[in-house]
Design a protein. Structure first.
Length: 290
C-alpha cells in the first residue's frame, strides 16, 4: 500500500465516483479503477460498492478513508516541514466556503499567492452542515462560514464579521414604508427562501420565530444569483446579508424595524496542529480581508 493508492481512494470517496475522481487527479478513469481494484485485492476486501448509478463506501471503506486522510495529512506535513527548512513553502489548503462569502476572500488569497506561489488552494463551496462535517473528517482544512454556538463545538473559531440582513425586493413592489419593513408585512408577500442547511436560512428562521411570525415560501433556491433573478422579476422578496445585497444594486433594499436577522461569519478550523500552508493562509484572513 502506498500514498498514491490512498489518495485515489480518498478522491473517489469525496467525489462520489471514479469519473469525477479521475478529473480531480488528472488521470484517466481506468487508472483510478485499476488502482482501487489493486488495493482491494491487496487488502482482501472491497472498499466500494459499485452499481450502475452510484459508488458507495463499504464498511471497510468507511474505516479506511479517515485513516488514509490522516496518513496523507502526515505526509503533507512532513513535506511542508522540509520545505520550510529550505526556506520555501508548498502544499495544498482546502477551504470550505458558503455562497456569497468566498468571493470576499480574494484579498487573503492574493496575499498568500504573492507570498507563497507554490501553495495550491482548493475552494469547496457548500451548506454549513456539509462544511462542518468536512472540517471534522479532515477533507477541509479551514472554513469561512457562519456557525451557531452548537455548530462551533469541537472547532477553533475566530470571529470575522457580524452582519445585519436586509429585505431585497423589486423596485416596483409596494411597501407601507419607503425604507423599513416588519416581519408581519414580509410574511404576507411571496417569499424566496434558501434551502435548509444554509446559514442564511437558519438566521432567517430564528428571526421569524423570535418575532412570532410564520412565513410560507413561494420559492426555495440553493443559489444566490437565482434568488436575485426571482426578486428582480418581482416573483417574491428575499432576506440576504447586506454585503451580498450590495452586489445587486438594481434591487430595492429595506431594513427590518426591529431585531433583524443577523449572521456572524468566522474562520473555523479543526483542533490540533495546523499545517504550515494552512497557517500561512490563516495569517491573511482578517476582518478587513473578507
Amino acid at each position: 500500500m502506498d500514498l498514491r493508492q490512498m489518495e485515489v481512494v480518498v478522491a473517489v470517496a469525496e467525489e462520489g465516483g471514479f469519473t469525477a475522481a479521475a478529473r480531480r487527479l488528472h488521470v484517466v478513469q481506468s487508472a483510478v479503477s485499476g488502482t482501487v481494484r489493486a488495493l482491494e485485492q491487496e487488502m482482501g476486501t472491497r472498499l466500494f460498492d459499485r452499481t450502475t448509478h452510484r459508488v458507495a463506501l463499504t464498511p471497510a471503506g468507511e474505516a479506511f478513508v479517515p485513516a488514509a486522510r490522516a496518513a496523507l495529512r502526515a505526509a503533507e506535513q512532513a513535506r511542508a516541514a522540509v520545505d520550510v527548512a529550505r526556506g520555501e513553502l508548498r502544499g495544498q489548503v482546502t477551504v470550505g466556503t458558503m455562497q456569497g462569502v468566498w468571493v470576499g476572500l480574494h484579498r487573503a488569497l492574493a496575499r498568500l499567492r504573492a507570498e507563497h506561489p507554490r501553495v495550491v488552494v482548493r475552494l469547496r463551496q457548500g451548506p454549513v452542515a456539509d462544511i462542518r462535517e468536512a472540517l471534522r473528517d479532515g477533507s477541509v482544512d479551514l472554513a469561512v462560514v457562519a456557525l451557531d454556538r452548537q455548530q462551533q463545538r469541537g472547532l477553533l473559531v475566530r470571529p470575522l464579521v457580524r452582519e445585519e440582513m436586509v429585505l431585497a425586493a423589486s423596485p416596483v413592489r409596494g411597501f407601507a414604508q419607503d425604507d423599513q419593513v416588519t416581519f408581519a408585512e414580509v410574511a404576507r408577500m411571496p417569499f424566496i427562501d434558501f434551502t435548509p442547511g444554509w446559514a442564511i436560512r437558519s438566521a432567517v428562521d430564528r428571526a421569524f420565530r423570535a418575532a412570532l411570525v410564520e412565513r410560507a415560501p413561494a420559492f426555495e433556491v440553493n443559489d444566490i444569483v437565482a434568488a436575485s433573478e426571482l426578486v428582480r422579476h418581482d416573483l417574491g422578496v428575499c432576506v440576504i446579508p447586506e454585503s451580498i445585497a450590495a452586489r445587486f444594486p438594481d434591487l430595492a433594499l429595506r431594513r427590518f424595524v426591529r431585531n433583524p436577522p443577523r449572521w456572524h461569519v468566522m474562520v473555523v478550523r479543526p483542533r490540533g496542529e495546523t499545517p504550515p500552508a494552512t497557517a500561512a493562509l490563516l495569517r491573511h484572513i482578517t476582518p478587513t480581508a473578507v
